[in-house]
Write a protein that binds this ligand. Structure first.
Ligand code: SD4
Length: 339
């Protein structure tokens, strides 16, 4: 294990220099023996996203490049789920959250970012070109533009426009679980059918490096300024190369309140398998929520440093995509707690 003092020292040195130099490898855990590369990601959209990541891994690329390239596929699709095609907030504005983390505790995120097509790539720039880990709102957009990301028009996709107009009829907020699996915007009378969408991805490359990414338009019709778990390191995503990586999807508030992804990784550190760790984290959320657990969906995916994978959801309906050399298009229904 690395010396904590050494780790803090190298972090402080990076901050003092105002340049986000990647942390020194010497201060970090050495990677365990590398297994075969793999990618795991949330929901059905993960199958296509994994293909994007696999191209990178298959060509010998890094897990970090893979998780960025992978979720960019989903962001570019601008379907219902992720990126600028997602549902807007209550004021009719699409705001995006994303983060990324590598095998050396380098990480970056953006929250409430508007008019930028690829928030995950802005998150990576935050990681690599600033001394910070999270930029939000106007500042995040300013940074993105300064980094050369084009400012896209402020307009809703036709589906999101339709869903928003429908939602405005009642303006009631009632999230419905598993909306990510519908593949389109079903327009419900309360807007409840368009609650939240996300892709989270974890990859292990041929050199034993783990990385993760997460990107979302967040909960549809959320309060303006609301930020969920997805851009928050430790909540929506966490990677510790000595142990494993985890990511979350579902009701962000309930992931944040128990530091979801970090909790899963810490449970793996204590010896749980990825599957058991995801399950225990979900059980904690269920215990916190009590009877209200039935109103939400939360799910975790995880990979150990040796390439064992796992996933677990609160409710039925969550699926995850797994891509390995043997089978690149697996879509697996996760086990769940509430029967
Ligand atoms: C959020 N966790 O903004 C995200 C939404 C999500 O699948 O994951 N949906 O709360």
């Amino acid at each position: 294990m690395p010396s904590r003092r050494k780790f803090l020292h190298s972090s402080a040195a990076g901050l003092a220099g105002l340049a986000a130099a990647p942390l020194a490898a010497a201060a970090l855990p050495t990677a365990p023996a590398a297994g075969p590369p793999l990618v795991i990601s949330t929901w059905d959209a993960g199958v296509a996203a994994n293909q994007g990541a696999w191209q990178v891994l298959h060509g010998g690329g890094t897990a970090l490049d893979a998780v960025e390239a992978g979720v960019r596929v989903t962001e570019a699709a601008q379907s219902c789920c992720v990126g600028l095609g997602g549902n807007p907030d209550r004021d009719g504005i699409v705001t995006l959250d994303a983060c990324i983390m590598d095998h050396q505790f380098n990480c970056g995120g953006v929250a409430a970012l508007e008019r930028i097509k690829h928030p995950v790539s802005v998150a990576r720039r935050v990681m690599e070109r600033t001394p910070h880990v999270l930029l939000v709102g106007e500042g995040a957009q300013q940074f993105a533009v300064a980094q050369g990301f084009p400012l896209e028009p402020r307009q809703l996709s036709p589906d999101a426009e339709k869903a928003y107009r429908e939602w405005l009829k009642t303006s009631q907020y009632r999230p419905v679980v598993n909306i990510e699996n519908t593949g389109s915007h079903p327009v419900g009378p309360t807007g409840g059918a368009n609650n939240h969408d996300t892709i989270a991805m974890l990859a292990l490359d041929g050199q034993g490096r783990l990385s993760g990414s997460c990107t979302t338009s967040g909960m549809g019709f959320k309060m303006r300024g609301r930020v969920g778990d997805s851009p928050l390191i430790g909540s929506g995503l966490f990677v510790d190369n000595a142990v494993g990586a985890a990511a979350a999807t579902g009701q962000g508030e309930d992931v944040v309140r128990m530091a979801g992804a970090h909790t899963v990784v810490e449970l793996m550190r204590q010896g749980r398998s990825p599957q058991a760790a995801c399950r225990e984290a979900v059980e904690r959320i269920a215990a916190i929520k009590g009877p209200k657990a039935r109103d939400i969906q939360v799910a975790f995916i995880a990979v150990s440093a040796r390439g064992q994978v796992g996933a677990f959801a609160l409710q039925a309906g969550f699926s995850y995509a797994l891509c390995t050399a043997a089978d690149q298009r697996q879509l697996i229904a996760a086990d769940h707690l509430l029967k």
